[in-house]
Design a protein around this ligand. Structure first.
Ligand code: ZN
Length: 360
């Protein structure tokens, strides 16, 4: 009898812990369209001389297949294998599954504010907006004993200092060309700092190439072991604005590979293995109706409020591509991420209701 009780106890613990994650890694790739997430490379854009950078053969060879399911897997092989098999992917409007910006602007600062505060504040209306007055989820978590000094953010774009209100929030936000490691950088941080300083700077001093943000974040994950880590990639948006479809696709394909690297690391480190969720999304969509509008986004570009989201980890049911006919909003992500950790996010502003990723 005693043995049985112990056994029941062990099973109970296991069942309970399987319902939530202890750690979360949040990943965004700026302005990456749901059209490519679910349909892969768009041949109309790829064939357009204005956008294919004088070489459509290379992208057709790398990313083309006759049907959308094969195409999307060529572009994002990790999303459409491991995440599809073990997690959930939302936003395929062709199946009636919709996620929209609730904010009326459809560009970056309002989008990231909405993701992290759950509040589509109409006062947040510019990318040059000052430090965000709204409490965000990362800040909320960093105040909980469990997550104190265990929250960090890495963003390719330097606006994240303001978006996440680094000054008030008190957790580290490494954005743009910020030097890694503070006064005491390790060997890897020194190397990344030197490489970034001397790198090609196609986006000026405001935004670093994604590769530096990624390796900075990976180093932090491996050495500081945060429980909550945010990584923001920016190249998908930048190359799209430049009309460089090849670079846009390659940037997305690289983000997919990096998500795989993150997941492989997480699942081999006992501190993280089977206790860590990943949450992946974007700040806004882009145009599509007139094909040339794919380069742009804002409330005068039709449909650029349309976004997508994916998640995988403990407590997130393996549903794959979610085909339910439903309307979701970006403002629901903050509470959804809190729920993944088994918490309820509260703040001085309204917060969109969670999406239940545990529901059958
Ligand atoms: Zn943009």
């Amino acid at each position: 009898m005693k043995k049985l009780l112990i056994l029941l106890f062990v099973f109970n613990i296991k069942a309970a812990s399987a319902q939530t994650a202890e750690n979360i890694i949040i990943i965004t790739t700026d302005g990456f369209r749901w059209q490519e997430v679910f349909g892969g490379m768009d041949s109309a854009i790829a064939n357009n001389k204005k956008f294919n950078q004088d070489d459509s053969a290379v992208i057709f060879k790398k990313y083309w297949a006759d049907n959308a399911l094969d195409r999307r897997k060529k572009l994002m092989p990790f999303l459409w294998s491991t995440i599809e098999n073990n997690g959930q992917i939302y936003g395929n409007r062709k199946l009636g599954n919709k996620i929209d910006n609730a904010n009326p602007y459809w560009f970056s600062y309002p989008g990231y504010n909405e993701i992290f505060t759950g509040f589509p504040d109409t006062l947040v209306n510019s990318n040059s907006f000052p430090p965000n007055p709204n409490t965000n989820l990362l800040e909320f978590l960093s105040h909980a004993t469990k997550y104190k000094n265990k929250v960090a953010a890495f963003g390719a774009w330097d606006a994240f200092d303001r978006i996440l209100n680094e000054g008030r929030s008190k957790f580290p936000v490494y954005s743009g060309f910020d030097l890694l490691g503070g006064n005491n950088p390790n060997v890897t941080e020194k190397k990344i700092n030197a490489l970034a300083k001397d790198s090609y700077k196609p986006f000026g001093e405001e935004e670093v190439l994604d590769v530096f943000t990624h390796y900075g974040a990976m180093n932090y994950l491996q050495t500081k072991k945060p429980k909550v880590l945010y990584i923001s990639y920016g190249e998908t948006d930048e190359w799209a604005h430049s009309g460089q479809y090849r670079d846009y696709l390659n940037a997305a394909n690289m983000v997919d590979k990096w998500i795989q690297d993150i997941w492989n690391y997480v699942q081999t480190d006992p501190l993280y293995k089977n206790k860590t969720a990943i949450f992946i999304t974007t700040d806004h969509g882009r145009g599509d109706v007139k094909k040339e509008e794919w380069t742009s986004h804002n409330n005068s570009i039709k449909d650029s409020y349309q976004i997508w989201m994916a998640a995988m980890g403990p407590g997130i049911r393996a549903k794959g591509e979610v085909k339910a006919n439903q309307q979701l909003y970006q403002k629901q992500f903050a509470q959804t991420m809190a729920a993944i950790l088994g918490l309820k996010f509260t703040a001085e502003h309204p917060i969109g209701e969670k999406i239940d990723l545990n529901r059958k």
